[in-house]
Ligand binder design. Structure first.
Ligand code: PMP
Length: 444
């Protein structure tokens, strides 16, 4: 079939997805694929969930769209109430967008306007981390630290500064405790703030659990507490990007709950609507809201589809099902089972250097040699091969290769739907093992 779509890869031919049921997607040849990555950590309730499609139909029958410069709507208000009721301490309001990049883009502007409203217009710098991903629009790409994604667009990007990610497997010294490593890495933020000028930084942006670029990397103990202290000391806002790791994926509604701190601004998307509708949101603190309220009276931003009633109705239904069916308990239980199965299958594998993650957000990292942690030659495209072999076996997983300060690492991220069972997980790990071993034959 000749396609008129500019697909993600022009050279690849994609199966045509025609149906979805539970944790599976079905293509036009009737082949089934287990969705072990939720697409890209999106489909938290799997596919074809009747409660969500019913909520969408009901909203479509009532009102599909009303522009937010004229109206607010019931699903938008109800979803905001639900999100605030369960938000981290200090978060008081919601701003809607249509996805993750839009959420980051708006969060950056929100942070800048906060300082302007408070009489600190000299603040102009953003700090984020190397090898991070926060989206593909210009602002989001600028704070993102993925060298490969930034490369050709460098002249268009806004000024942003980067410190090291907190990545114990690669960077903790053998003689260092996890806590000491966490503090040392967090202290890079203070050094960078002082280098740029202590009253010149708008915000620090980071993912509590790093998704796509590093592969389910949790922070060392105490890292985020120290980051919070440094931000407070210099009046720098903390923007946490939970677009991928949030909304239950790591076993608590927000990943930051497990770090014992609160952000000033937080972005959520993928699991918010579970893929049933495109929706993202920013959760903002009372102080951010008050700065607008006591200042110009509005946030100078906005898109046509913000607060789309269909998207809000779908997201509200997704969040209600997660609560009703106690799915966060299942994320924790199945997460523990997934970790056990990954350890059984890959714990002694000569090419698996690390198995990591939290809840139903886990990854394996592939290395040539476990002792030296030497990576595979990027030209061998191991991650692409694993994806291809897994799809042939009817498994969707999320393999990625990245550049970590010039070094390349391949990992496979798993993010199965919250409704998965032990036998689903057993099958996922069995198929992943097969795909990895077949792929390694061509590179090892
Ligand atoms: N932030 C993070 C952490 C992400 O993982 C992503 C998407 N993978 C984005 C932002 C961008 O989201 P979107 O693709 O919906 O624009």
């Amino acid at each position: 079939m000749t396609s008129r779509i500019l697909h993600r890869s022009i050279t690849h031919s994609y199966p045509v997805a025609v149906g979805g049921e539970g944790i599976r997607i079905i293509d036009s040849n009737g082949k089934q694929y287990i969705d072990a990555s939720g697409g890209a950590a999106v489909s938290c309730l799997g596919h074809g969930h009747p409660d969500i499609t019913r909520a969408m139909h009901e909203q479509a029958d009532k009102l599909a769209f009303a522009h937010t410069s004229f109206f607010t709507t019931e699903p938008a208000e109800r979803l905001a109430d639900e999100l605030i009721a369960h938000a981290p301490k200090g978060i008081s309001h919601v701003y809607y967008v249509s996805g993750g990049s839009e959420a980051i883009e708006a969060a950056l502007k929100m942070a800048r306007q906060y300082h302007v409203e408070r009489g600190e217009p000299q603040r102009k710098h953003f700090i984020a981390r190397r090898q991070s991903y926060h989206g593909n629009t210009v602002g989001a790409l600028s704070v993102g630290g993925n060298a490969w994604r930034r490369q050709q667009f460098a002249p268009m990007l806004i000024e942003a500064h980067h410190i090291a990610p907190c990545f114990e497997y690669r960077d903790r010294r053998p003689d260092e405790t996890p806590e000491a490593y966490g503090t040392r890495t967090a202290d890079e933020l203070e050094a960078k703030i002082l280098e740029l000028g202590k009253d010149s930084v708008i915000a620090f942006v980071a993912e509590p659990v790093v998704g796509a670029t590093l592969g389910a990397v949790t922070a060392a103990p105490g890292y985020f507490k120290r980051i919070r202290e440094i931000c407070d000391k210099y009046g720098v806002l903390l923007i946490l990007d939970e677009v991928m790791c949030g909304m239950g994926r790591t076993g608590t509604l927000h990943a930051v709950e497990q770090e014992g701190i609160s952000p000033d601004i937080m972005t959520i998307a993928k699991g918010l609507g579970g893929g049933y509708q495109p929706i993202g949101a920013i959760l903002l603190g009372q102080h951010i809201f008050d700065s607008f309220k006591n200042g110009s009276g509005f946030f100078q931003h906005g898109h046509t589809y913000l607060g789309h009633p269909m998207a809000c109705a779908a997201a509200l239904a997704v969040q209600e099902v997660i609560k009703r069916d106690k799915l966060l308990d299942n994320v924790q239980a199945m997460g523990a089972h997934l970790m056990d199965r990954l350890q059984d299958r890959f714990g002694n594998h000569r090419h698996v250097g690390d198995i990591r993650g939290r809840g139903l957000f886990q990854a394996i990292e592939l290395v040539q040699d476990r002792a030296s942690k030497a990576t595979f030659d990027p030209a061998k495209k191991l991650n692409a091969r694993i994806k291809q072999e897994a799809m042939a076996l009817g498994l969707m997983c999320y393999p990625m290769g990245g550049t970590i300060d010039g070094k390349h690492g391949d990992h496979v991220l798993l993010a199965p739907p919250f409704i998965c069972t032990k036998s689903d997980i057993d099958l996922i790990v069995e198929k992943l093992g097969e795909a990895v071993d077949i792929s390694l034959k061509s590179v090892a």
